[in-house]
Design a protein around this ligand. Structure first.
Ligand SMILES: Nc1nc2c(c(=O)[nH]1)N[C@H]1C(S)=C(S)[C@@H](COP(=O)(O)O)O[C@H]1N2
Ligand SMILES: [Mo]
Length: 349
């Protein structure tokens, strides 16, 4: 059996598992749902949910790749082709010729948005989706209506679509401006993050002080450093490089370490309680005495597991390693079995 093609450093979630990522619900308002065109458009248009349901629907199988390293292949989505929605009956675009970018805006507390170049969007042929896996979209997955943009990391697919805004200049979306997510978002090129904006001097100073509390240190380079007893409570360390780093007794409670590189790090007695460890790589790390309870582990890895199921670079885990069963359930089956075979202290609750 040949394994399905996956973009670099992605792993398949277990069958039927669909993690909820980011916001979990739209904002609560009583106004009926409408999807509105805005910005550089020739006409005002808005569609109620009934209007959308009455338009021609297309079913499409689309591979989903989350930036936190989990993928689900061939998910079934059904909805209206974006290209058709923004074209009138005579085949004329509803947007003006100067429109170059499209910003999708959500009905959510933070008016979450994400944007794409119009050209690229038309090539990718996304769906304004109303259904997934043969059922109406669940609320937590963007119901009643969300975008599904194939060929991009899933953060380009907005949940709870409310406004489609045509722009002459790009407007960075929420994750792209708040979390350093790459605006290109091509999973085949691994466009996950922009480079760290932290200067080398600032990084060196923080490392000397071993105090990262609540700081935004996206993409910090600390590989091979001596950082025992680091205080990193609530620090934002997405995509940070801690390979081979000594982090004995480090305090990462509540920190965001999504996609962090912790390969071969010394993490003995480190505290990760409630941390975001989605997509983090712990291969060959020493996790004896570490506390991973209530951490979010979607897409995290604790070993390099090849397509034949062989485990390499397994993290050191023993009875002194603490974790909760619910956290482990978020791992891929291969990673979970690997973790569970290491006899950690698993709190079943
Ligand atoms: N409105 C809104 N849309 C969003 C997000 C969000 O936080 N808010 N997160 C994005 C991210 S990062 C991902 S991976 C997908 C997750 O969709 P899911 O929760 O249905 O898996 O939604 C994207 N769309
Ligand atoms: Mo994501």
């Amino acid at each position: 059996m040949t394994s399905p093609p996956l973009p670099p450093n992605q792993q398949l979630v277990k069958r039927h598992c669909w993690p909820v990522v980011g916001e979990r619900a739209p904002s609560q308002t009583t106004t009926p749902w409408t999807v509105t065109l805005a910005g550089e458009v020739k006409v005002d248009r808005h569609w109620s949910l009934n209007d959308l349901a009455a338009l021609p629907q297309t079913t499409r199988r689309i591979d989903v790749h989350c930036v936190t390293r989990w993928s689900r292949l061939q998910m079934e989505f059904r909805g209206i082709r974006f290209a058709e929605l923004v074209t009138d009956a005579g085949g004329e675009p509803l947007y003006k010729p100067q429109a170059r970018f499209v910003s999708f805006v959500a009905r959510s507390e933070r008016s979450h948005s994400t944007s794409l170049p119009l050209r690229e969007l038309l090539d990718l042929d996304p769906l304004v989706a109303l259904r997934a896996d043969g059922a109406p979209l669940p609320i937590e997955h963007g119901g009643p209506v969300r975008m599904v943009v194939p060929g991009k990391y899933f953060y380009k697919s907005i949940k709870w679509l409310e406004r489609i805004e045509f722009l002459t200049d790009d407007r960075l979306g929420y994750w792209e401006s708040e979390a350093g997510y790459h605006n290109g978002a091509d999973p085949w090129k691994e466009q996950r993050y922009i480079a760290s904006s932290l200067s080398k001097q600032d990084a060196a100073r923080l490392i000397r002080q071993r105090d990262f509390r609540a700081r935004d240190l996206l993409g910090l380079q600390a590989n091979g450093m001596e950082l025992a007893n680091l205080n990193a409570v609530n620090a934002r360390l997405r995509n940070a490089d801690f390979r081979n780093t000594s982090l004995h007794g480090a305090d990462f409670r509540g920190a965001n370490l999504s996609n962090a590189h912790l390969e071969s790090a010394d993490l003995r007695e480190a505290n990760f309680r409630g941390a975001d460890l989605e997509g983090a790589d712990f291969s060959a790390a020493d996790l004896r005495g570490a506390d991973l309870r209530d951490a979010s582990l979607f897409g995290a890895s604790f070993a390099v597991i090849d397509t034949d199921g062989n485990r390499n670079n397994v993290a050191s885990i023993d009875q002194s390693t603490k974790v909760t069963a619910t956290s482990l359930d978020a791992l891929t089956p291969e990673q979970r079995d690997c973790f569970r075979s290491q006899s950690a202290s698993v709190e079943e609750r």
